[in-house]
Design a protein around this ligand. Sequence first.
Ligand code: PLP
Length: 351
Amino acid sequence: MLPVPVLERAASEMLDYNGSGMSVMEMSHRSAVYEEIIQSAEKSIRKLMNIPDNYKVLFLQGGASTQFAAVPLNLIGRTGKADYVVSGQFSNKAFKEAQRLGFDVKCIASSKDTNFDRIPVVTKDMISPDASYVHVCFNNTIYGTKYNYIPDTGDIPLVADMSSCIISEPVDVSKFAVIYAGAQKNMAPAGVTLVIVRDDLLEYGKPDMPSMLDWKLMAENGSMYNTPPCYAIYIAGLVYEWILGLGGLEKMKEMNEKKAKYLYDYLDSQNYYIAPVVKESRSMMNVTFVTGVDELDKKFPSEAAKAGLVNLKGHRSVGGMRASIYNAMPYEGVVKLVEFMKEFAKNNPKN
Ligand SMILES: *Cc1c(COP(=O)(O)O)cnc(C)c1O
């Protein structure tokens, strides 16, 4: 979901952005008016996430999946090796992409054995002393798990895919070397990917990598080496302003915690639905549950849709249900879901 006030503002500016006589979709990305839009989006995300000055902020194309390749191409030159934690499908894809490119990468921890129902324990002694970086996926969108701590990697740069938890709560950016996130879960429409990278790490890129993946080149060009995803960046900027207006990430966290707590409290209070994720690893953004009966798991999302509650089907790889309660989902939406869950349980007894 995107926040309604953001969509309303975008609608009001659709035909004539700020007296320019055109839509943001129609502008030259080199125009002064667009320059202002991208710079103010950067200013807002810096303020919102409290990003230190020695970090570059990039707005790139290709989704988080493109960063699965860009991460090793930009960083592995430091030592020639890297460590990965596999906590779900996306972190596995990131790991596989580095392997596919022929890099020397190692999976140092995984929760595959327990069907990704938790975040694997990562301790300092597990990390290869000569790793260029350690890659983690901070919130596992499909399984509904999240790190409740920042792994201590010592001097080894920590790289985090935060596609599905970015700007849902405050994070200490200085604890990470790189944070990246596809926009379409919690920030903007699909098309832009945010990359936050500590600037001393821009020296290790493979000289022969495609220009479009080169963070240093992108940083030197203010994310405008080529045409950036102009409209998605504009919406991202409006979303950042919306959160700043609400009171920033502390406030966002409070709102998100309230929503997640309501849903998890209900799940913990009954035994019709099963929440497969261990409590310590529960995601605040993606709440997964099953009935334990295939037929009912299939029926739930279609009945829910009839009640106006959509997109509750779990990812095709895991089945069951998943309620993605990103920033823009109001508390009332979660209350409505829980009411529906109670009704469904009453009307569909398990034999
Ligand atoms: C959705 C998602 C991705 C993939 O994002 P794309 O922008 O579609 O490439 C990667 N990582 C996580 C954690 C995601 O939730």
